[in-house]
Design a protein around this ligand. Structure first.
Ligand code: SAH
Ligand code: SF4
Length: 357
């Protein structure tokens, strides 16, 4: 089984190459993608428009495999959180967030995260490994298989679960290809979002490689504070990051904007001075700001800013002409809110141990 290729790993181009190597006709790609992504048929024997010979060959060299579902929890507000198994001591999570006019699936790109942002539960756990394209795409398929019979659908996919997508570029880009491809999920580029804490070289490559939407986890508009909250800032400080954002905004043919995420931490980054700094930084940038009330988790001492503080912060941004919204916290009763996704990570960086000592 180990040597078989999981076809969920292959975007259209790679499937073309795969079938060409098998000596099959090029239209097999289209047929196979329809079976998998439209009909949700995963057994080669049932793919009757593929020749018997090809089906037998596929059984020898390929598979369509999903990670096991460990748990599925429904929150009172309609949010659903799945935990899936990605190895004996590793679990990752994905979350479905229904809204009036859309259904967003928040997916994971890594088992844990090495970037250690101080306010993030995933970061606290350390890092084990990157997810494969198949493991990323399986999250969307698993959610679809559950939601579609109930008449629900996924209209948006965001890489805002566990992990830093731009530290797992190839797998994430191939997954984006499949999310955008009409033969598979067919989502529009505005409805697929990569969220990054600012891995600058990757950000520049991503700008050219996949035409999806971008969210940047900013959280502070000065380097001293951002160094503390988002440690990768020491490597790629705000000025460098904003230049990479410019590359993104100017790439492609369609108009682009960036969503800047800003977690509201009481007494840390939520003063009127911080709001003014943020307004200054984003002046003239095609940007929208998403204020995220901090979601607590057991190992953290941070507290969330009060509703009133968030409102006055937002008003300062408004008065500087910056489009801003405050994210409503969803799914807290099943620990599915932003930054609460912890899964189960066998930390290879040994960060969790270092913190405990
Ligand atoms: N690594 C990527 C994507 C995953 S995190 C990134 O950092 O962008 C998704 C979003 O949740 C990020 O904006 C992150 O900063 C935010 N987040 C992390 N921990 C949080 C917490 N405890 N409360 C609220 N938001 C949090
Ligand atoms: Fe990693 Fe994002 Fe969490 Fe930072 S906020 S530790 S980059 S998952």
């Amino acid at each position: 089984m180990e040597n078989k290729i999981n076809l969920l790993s292959l975007n259209q181009k790679s499937l073309d190459e795969f079938f060409a190597k098998l000596g099959a006709k090029s239209y097999c790609t289209k047929q196979l993608m329809k079976w998998i992504y439209k009909d949700h048929v995963f057994d080669f024997d049932q793919m009757l428009n593929l020749s018997k010979k090809l089906r037998e060959k596929l059984k020898e060299v390929a598979c369509i495999e999903f990670p096991k579902i460990v748990t599925k929890n429904h929150a009172l507000d309609g949010v659903i959180k799945w935990v899936i198994e990605t190895g004996s001591e590793n679990h990752v999570e994905m979350v479905y967030i229904p809204e009036k006019d859309r259904g967003t699936l928040c997916i994971s790109s890594q088992v844990g995260c090495a970037l250690a942002c101080t306010f993030c539960s995933t970061g606290y756990q350390g890092f084990n490994r990157n997810l494969s394209t198949a493991e990323i795409i399986a999250q969307v398929l698993i959610a679809n298989l559950h939601l579609n019979p109930a008449g629900k659908r996924i209209s948006n996919v965001v890489f805002m679960g566990m992990g830093e997508p731009l530290l797992n570029e190839e797998a994430v880009y191939s997954a984006c290809d499949l999310l955008l491809d009409d033969l598979s999920f067919g989502l529009s580029r505005r409805r697929v979002t990569i969220s990054s804490s600012g891995v600058v070289p990757a950000l520049e490559r991503m700008s050219e490689r996949v035409p999806v939407s971008l969210a940047i986890s900013l959280h502070a508009a000065n380097d001293t504070l951002r160094d503390e909250l988002v440690p990768i800032n020491k490597k790629y400080p705000i000025e460098t990051l904003m230049k990479a954002c410019d590359v993104y905004l100017n790439a492609g043919t369609q108009e682009r904007h960036i969503l800047f995420e800003y977690v509201m931490l009481k007494g840390v980054n939520d003063s009127s001075e911080h709001a003014k700094q943020l307004s200054k930084l984003l002046k003239g940038v095609s940007a929208k700001v998403n204020l995220i009330p901090f979601n607590p988790f057991p190992q953290s001492d941070y507290e969330t800013s009060s509703v009133r503080t968030i409102e006055s912060f937002q008003n300062i941004l408004f008065s500087n002409g910056i489009r801003t919204m405050t994210r409503r916290t969803r799914g807290e009763d099943v620990d599915a809110a932003c930054g609460q996704l912890a899964g189960k990570v066998k930390d290879k960086t040994k960060r969790a141990d270092a913190r405990r000592n």
